[in-house]
Design a protein around this ligand. Structure first.
Ligand code: NAP
Length: 216
C-alpha cells in the first residue's frame, strides 16, 4: 500500500506519477514506460494503480483484481521509486479515475503535482470519463504510445471541449510497448513462453495460478 504522510509538508513540492491500467498482466512495456516517465517528467514516485472493476469494461472478462494487484507488486519490487496502490480495488463498485486522483490530491494544502500515465488509446476517450474537466484541472496526462502514433486529432478535440487545456496532455513514445497484455495472454493460452516479456516473478505467478489458460 502506498501512502504519503499527510502531515509532511514536503508533499507540496513533490511530483507523483499515477500509472493507471488494468495490468492483466503487467509487462516489461509498462515498467519501461513508468521509468521513462519518471525520468522525463522528474517524478519523485510512480504509483501503479491497477483498476478494480473497470467502469468501461462492464461484462468483459478481466482477471480478479487480487491477482493483478499481486502481479504488479511483484513486478515493481526492485525499483525504489515504484509503489502500488490498491485504492481502485478497494472501492466498491466501478472505480473512476477522478476518485483516484482526488484520493492522491490530499485536500487543499500539501498537494503534490500529479501526472496520470496511461495508454494513449485509453486517453482518446477521456471525454466520456466521469468529471473529465475537473480531472484535467487536477492532473497532467501522459499518453503513452508506440512510436508513430499521432495525438494531433485528439489535441484538436481537446481544445474544442476544454479550451486552454492542450498543455495538460503529453505524448510519450515507448518502443518497448510493442509488448502488450493481450499478446502475453494469447501466448500463455497457446502454451508459448513469456520469458523476458514480463519479470520472472510475474511469469512464475501466472504459471502457479494457471492464469490465462483456457478452461474446458
Ligand atoms: P485499456 O483499454 O485496457 O488499454 C488501452 C491501451 O493502452 C492498450 O494498448 C494498453 O496496453 C495500453 N495501456 C493501458 N494502460 C497503460 C499504461 N499504464 N501504460 C502503457 N500502456 C497502457 O485501458 P485500461 O487499462 O482499461 O484503462 C487505462 C486507465 O484509464 C485505467 O487507469 C482506467 O481506470 C482509466 N480509465 C478511466 C475511465 C473513467 O474514469 N471513466 C474510463 C476509461 C479508462 P496493455 O493492454 O498492454 O496494458
Amino acid at each position: 500500500m502506498f501512502f504519503i504522510n499527510r502531515n509532511n509538508n514536503n508533499a507540496a513540492g513533490m511530483s507523483v506519477g499515477l500509472m493507471g491500467g488494468t495490468f492483466d498482466p503487467i509487462h516489461m512495456g509498462h515498467l519501461v514506460t513508468a521509468e521513462e516517465a519518471r525520468q522525463q517528467f522528474d517524478l519523485n514516485y510512480v504509483v501503479f494503480v491497477p483498476t478494480g472493476m473497470p467502469p468501461h469494461k462492464d461484462g468483459e472478462q478481466v482477471t480478479l483484481p487480487e491477482h493483478r494487484y499481486l502481479m504488479t507488486t511483484l513486478a515493481v519490487m526492485s525499483n525504489p521509486s515504484f509503489y502500488v496502490s490498491s485504492v481502485e480495488m478497494d472501492s466498491e463498485g466501478p472505480a473512476y479515475t477522478i476518485d483516484t486522483v482526488r484520493h492522491f490530491s490530499f485536500g487543499e494544502k500539501e498537494i503534490p503535482e500529479l501526472f496520470f500515465i496511461t495508454g494513449a488509446d485509453a486517453i482518446l476517450d477521456i471525454f466520456t470519463w466521469k468529471d473529465y474537466e475537473e480531472l484535467l484541472r487536477l492532473c497532467t496526462f501522459i499518453a503513452v504510445s508506440r512510436p508513430g502514433y499521432s495525438l494531433e486529432k485528439f489535441r484538436e478535440t481537446l481544445d474544442k471541449h476544454c479550451p486552454g487545456m492542450k498543455h495538460k496532455v503529453h505524448l510519450l513514445e515507448i518502443p518497448a510497448l510493442a509488448v502488450s497484455s493481450t499478446f502475453i495472454r494469447e501466448r500463455v493460452a497457446l502454451g508459448k513462453t513469456i520469458k523476458y516479456l514480463t519479470p520472472e516473478p510475474v511469469e512464475q505467478y501466472i504459471k502457479k495460478h494457471g492464469l490465462y489458460v483456457p478452461t474446458g
